[in-house]
Design a protein around this ligand. Structure first.
Ligand SMILES: Cc1cc2nc3c(=O)[nH]c(=O)nc-3n(C[C@H](O)[C@H](O)[C@H](O)COP(=O)(O)OP(=O)(O)OC[C@H]3O[C@@H](n4cnc5c(N)ncnc54)[C@H](O)[C@@H]3O)c2cc1C
Length: 494
């Protein structure tokens, strides 16, 4: 067991703790924001290799379109993103989803069909709505009903989402509903995705109530009549989402502008080490100017890495080899998003919805389609519909070898066949997110325990980002705040 390193000493000549945050995606930005508030004496410096901040959150404004290339909203059920919006005093700048077309659909035999209102991620919350849906065959519905009688699992060991869902709900419900919904959210393969990491709430529900239907009944019994009818209102679950009126980048730019030090963009951290006084040195270089020589940034008392974990592993290999080898065990998947503006009049009336997910069983080229302009106001002119077609991920990694033109062609074909829009889009673009989505494989929670135990040895180092406690923006912000709290308590008496 390596010795626990002491907290870095702050020399009397330097009364401020100097902290480097590496990466200016939402995780790095919010770490810096909370650090400045919780530890006002700190000098916080943020380094970003790209020429813009935001990481995988990017909004483009190509008149008349407001296009989200990555995340387009966040959930409020995990309250940390909303909490930060409130702390920033910008709640008025955020909007909820539109009221029309508040449904999600799933493809069955090449046709889009509404996902029953009473089916939430993998839980039947209202049996009548699930049992009357044509998505499942009569045998599939019966098997789903039998979930009530499926024995509780005895083992506490992690299992895959596929194993949990097939065991409790049956193969057909997994193939037709759970796999496409979960695949659409995590761009992950349900057969390797960790149930405990991706959907711990349902593991806890099985443990506490004995199953998913029993859990839904217990929750309903604990709710008042008013709460029940509010929950059952069509599309009520969409009330749990928010988006900035002016796009996600507006929000992140607002965070960046409120920081005391401007962010050092176009500045990739190439290596990291600690000197004899236990202070960190960062070697950085311009990403765009290859002739620039490496610059050394000296004397940081602490470092927070807000990077995809393989990048953190590379930087930590020399100083923290065991931690680096643990981080390397979190794989990432790449995906592409095609954004098409299509004529509203061409879309089949029944295809209007917030989004369509596609079961692997259907053998199609897209994972999901999001109708961005139907979700939030102000995304495109009224006679058009802005759609985002998601491709690749861990489910179809081979598609990432195709050219941009080929992927746009596939996206147009999918939109034509599934939504009905056949003429050329009014505008089209494609973005690739290479190695952007961490894959929480079975055993991820145990891996996290090892990572956390290892990092305890060095209080001057913290890791944030989507590789750990959740890929959603609220989970990234929660971890960022916790890391800022850690540094605040480490340096508060200095
Ligand atoms: C297509 C897509 C749609 C999504 N939709 C949603 C959604 O609707 N809602 C939701 O909650 N979540 C969504 N997510 C997930 C969520 O957006 C991400 O998990 C989250 O934004 C990750 O933020 P991050 O800061 O941890 O990482 P990143 O955004 O990856 O940021 C890491 C930053 O580090 C920089 N960097 C890398 N190496 C270096 C280096 N050596 N030196 C300096 N800088 C470096 C990178 O350039 C990057 O800016 C989506 C993700 C994708 C890909």
């Amino acid at each position: 067991m390596p010795p626990i390193l002491p907290a870095p000493q702050i020399p009397s000549s330097s009364p401020q703790p100097k902290i480097a945050v590496i990466g200016a995606g939402v995780s790095g930005l919010t770490t810096a924001w909370y650090l400045e508030r919780l530890l006002p004496s700190a000098q916080v410096e943020v380094f970003e290799s790209a020429r813009q901040i935001g990481g995988v959150i990017q909004t483009t404004h190509a008149d008349p379109f407001l296009v989200e290339l990555g995340a387009d909203n966040f959930a409020t059920l995990v309250p940390d993103a909303l909490r930060m919006v409130d702390e920033m005093g910008v709640r008025d700048e955020f909007i909820g989803p539109k009221l029309d077309h508040r449904i999600a659909q799933v493809v069955r035999d090449g046709k889009v069909l509404p996902i029953p209102n009473g089916f939430s991620l993998m839980q039947p919350t209202r049996l009548s709505s699930v049992l009357s849906s044509p998505i499942l065959s009569p045998a599939g519905r019966l098997r789903l009903l039998a979930e009530f009688c499926v024995k509780q699992r005895v083992s506490d060991e992690d299992e895959s989402v596929e194993s949990f869902a097939v065991r409790r709900l049956g193969r057909e419900c997994f193939d037709r509903l759970v796999e496409p919904i979960v695949g659409g959210i995590f761009t992950a393969r349900a057969e390797t995705l960790s149930m405990q990491a991706a959907m711990p709430q349902f593991v806890a529900m099985e443990r506490e109530y004995g199953g998913l239907i029993r859990g839904a009944i217990a929750k309903r019994n604990s709710q008042s009549r008013a709460e029940r009818s509010a929950r059952q209102a069509r599309g009520a679950r969409y009330d749990q989402f928010l988006a900035p009126k002016q796009g996600m980048s507006w929000w992140l730019n607002r965070i960046a502008k409120s920081l005391r030090n401007s962010i050092q963009i176009d500045r990739r951290v190439e290596s990291l080490f600690k000197n004899a006084e236990n202070l960190w040195t960062l070697n950085t270089r311009s990403t765009s100017d290859s002739s620039e020589r490496t610059q050394s940034q000296l004397g940081y008392h602490a470092v927070c890495l807000a990077l995809p974990s393989p990048r953190s592993a590379l930087l930590l290999k020399p100083s923290h080899p065991r931690l680096a080898s643990l981080l390397e065990r979190i794989p990432y998947a790449s995906s592409a998003v095609a954004v098409l503006a299509i004529k509203r009049s061409e879309i089949r009336p029944k295809a209007f919805c917030f989004g369509v997910v596609v079961p692997k069983l259907e053998n199609r080229d897209c994972l999901a389609i999001s109708l961005a302009s139907e979700k939030y106001e102000g995304r495109c002119p009224k006679d058009l519909v802005l759609v985002r077609v998601f491709m690749g991920g861990a489910i179809r990694p081979e598609l990432m070898d195709k050219s941009d033109d080929e992927l746009l062609g596939l996206a147009r074909k999918e939109v034509k066949e599934l939504l009905g829009a056949s003429s050329l889009p009014r505008s089209q673009s494609l973005v690739r997110w290479n190695e952007a989505m961490p894959q929480y494989l079975v055993g991820h929670p145990q891996l996290l325990v090892s990572i956390r135990q290892t990092i305890q040895d060095d209080p001057s180092l913290r890791l944030v980002g989507n590789a750990f406690d959740g890929v959603g923006i609220p989970q990234c912000i929660r971890l960022a705040r916790q890391s800022a709290e850690h540094f605040a308590s480490l340096f508060k008496d200095k």
